[in-house]
Design a protein around this ligand. Structure first.
Ligand SMILES: *[C@@H]1O[C@H](CO)[C@@H](O)[C@H](O)[C@H]1NC(C)=O
Length: 241
């Protein structure tokens, strides 16, 4: 018969095995070995994208948002029931850690697909635009740069953990995006045509105007997950340094 104490010990052992097993997909590298770090990060991306329930890490692909506000100064743009896919296929381009400055720099190239509902009213690149309906957008080859302030902190397990204190990002579209908005101007063909032509010819400029809150929402979820992972898994399991 298992005593209560024994059950507790069994449970603890099980939890630590599960934790060790879940971090074991990380190939440890030395920070100066940039090839190793890039490969290790690349291998980790689909694992994170699928979610790691035993570490409380939610799926990153697909990502769901009930509401996103992508309004600018000239345009009201509200998105609803948004599903973003593609994170699992992001390519790690560069990962660099500057230990004295406590910086972690990550560059990744991603193509993301967005589906959902939109409602917009105002001016987009100076053209009046209005509509409400389905939206589908593809952002191709977005080069994302994230610079995080990563400090070392002692975790509940008494070991050193990384902690993302703050972060900032930039991004650049390396390929042509596409945006489809159904039911522009309540389906008025004539008014809708000019807007559709603009969306076709200047998709990247449009993304430049309305994309930042969307990219930010996406990165916020990704970084939340990575921060959670750092909190669960001590640094010694992630690096050879
Ligand atoms: C969306 O954001 C704009 C500007 O940032 C703001 O004026 C507006 O009230 C917001 N709308 C909603 C529904 O949150």
């Amino acid at each position: 018969m298992c005593s209560k104490l024994l059950i507790a010990v069994c449970l603890l052992a099980y939890i630590s095995v599960a934790t060790a097993a879940s971090a074991s997909f990380i190939k440890k590298c030395k920070w100066e070995d940039s090839t190793c770090i890039k490969e290790s990060t690349q291998a980790a991306i689909p694992v994170f994208a699928a979610g790691i329930p035993e570490l409380g890490i939610e799926k990153l692909d697909p990502l769901h948002y009930d509401k996103l506000n992508a309004s600018s100064e000239t345009l009201i743009l509200l998105l609803e029931d948004i599903v973003i896919t593609g994170v699992k296929d992001c390519q790690a381009k560069k990962i660099q850690r500057d230990v004295p400055k406590e910086k972690l720099i990550v560059k990744a190239l991603c193509t993301v697909d967005l589906n959902g509902q939109y409602e917009m009213n105002g001016r987009l690149l100076f053209l009046p635009i209005q509509g409400k309906g389905k939206v589908h957008a593809v952002l191709r080859k977005v080069m994302i740069n994230v610079e995080g302030d990563v400090v070392e902190k002692k975790g509940k397990d008494g070991k050193v953990h990384w902690d993302i204190k703050s972060w900032k990002h930039t991004y650049e579209l390396k390929d042509k995006a596409s945006i489809e908005l159904e039911n522009l101007f309540q389906g008025n063909e004539v008014l809708g045509r000019a807007a559709r032509e603009l969306l076709d010819s200047s998709a990247n400029e449009v993304i430049g105007e309305v994309g930042p809150p969307i990219i930010k929402a996406l990165l916020t979820k990704v970084i939340k997950v990575v921060d959670r992972f750092f909190r669960e898994v001590p640094a010694e399991e992630l690096t050879l340094d």
